[in-house]
Design a protein. Structure first.
Length: 266
């Protein structure tokens, strides 16, 4: 679809620190900036969807304090963001560093070649947002310098999906950790080094992890809990609700939605 001579008003040229690139007014043509106003008048050819993501304002993100989320960040256009073991390790170092500065509870995680998964509880929502901006920008600079990367690196902002706090919570975590199996990156989850699975199933030390609050109930001792975690099956409802705005059982999804609705009203 060809878009001819359009004019966009009331935009400021800003830098999106989370993505490491200009978001508005970048690489699209020449324009004249005025104070509090940014105007364009040029020809470009784009698909409608690309135009939408480039120029429409961002939707408001509702991230609550003391709440549970599945957080995902993906490389732009599903590009590979981890090319070598050193990349994964550097990202985990950044995670440890900025998690100290902006605390939150990390229960489960998995780093995939093109994206990341965290299962968390926020302490202060604003602090977690700052954490995500810092780690995304710092890793972008690392990747840019190492591989001479040019262009947009992360796809939009991070995705936050509310998770219900119930018996299914730990199953959501294991579902995240099984991503490498579904992607044919490993034959068994314990073979994959860049997730929290080995912490729960093998007792591997990992200072990043806050133990899942359902884990203690899985056995009388550590060995029993590890064995039971290895055999833990992910319920069908967790698989079916994975791509919904709220992840978990039907009743917990209803409760979480009610909490969100009440927060919006206030």
């Amino acid at each position: 679809m060809k878009l001819n001579k359009f004019r966009i008003l009331n935009y400021k040229a800003i830098t999106d620190s989370a993505s490491g690139s200009l978001r508005k007014g970048d690489a699209c043509g020449k324009g004249t900036a005025e104070r509090g106003r940014f105007s364009f008048d040029y020809k470009i050819t784009l698909f409608c969807q690309s135009w939408y993501y480039c120029y429409m304002p961002r939707a408001k993100r509702l991230l609550l304090s003391q709440s549970y989320y599945h957080i995902m960040t993906r490389g732009n256009n599903r590009s590979v963001v981890f090319r070598s073991p050193d990349d994964y390790l550097y990202y985990l170092e950044l995670l440890a560093k900025y998690k100290i500065e902006h605390p939150f509870d990390l229960y489960h995680y998995c780093l995939m070649p093109t994206h990341t998964h965290f299962q968390i509880q926020t302490k202060h929502a604003s602090e977690f947002s700052v954490f995500m901006k810092k780690i995304n920008l710092a890793y972008f600079h690392h990747y840019q310098q190492k591989y001479n990367w040019v262009g947009h690196f992360w796809q939009d902002r991070f995705k936050s999906q509310t998770i219900g706090k119930d018996a299914y919570f730990i199953q959501c975590g294991k579902y995240i950790e099984l991503n490498p199996i579904r992607a044919d990156l490993a034959k068994s989850p314990e073979e994959y080094l860049y997730s929290s699975y080995r912490f729960y199933s093998m007792g591997e030390k990992n200072p990043l992890i806050t133990p899942d609050f359902m884990y203690e109930a899985m056995g009388k001792n550590e060995a029993e809990r590890q064995t039971n975690y290895q055999g833990l099956l992910v319920a069908q409802i967790i698989e079916e609700s994975y791509r919904k705005p709220i992840w978990g059982s039907d009743i917990q999804r209803y409760r979480e939605q009610d909490k969100i609705d009440r927060k919006i009203k206030t």
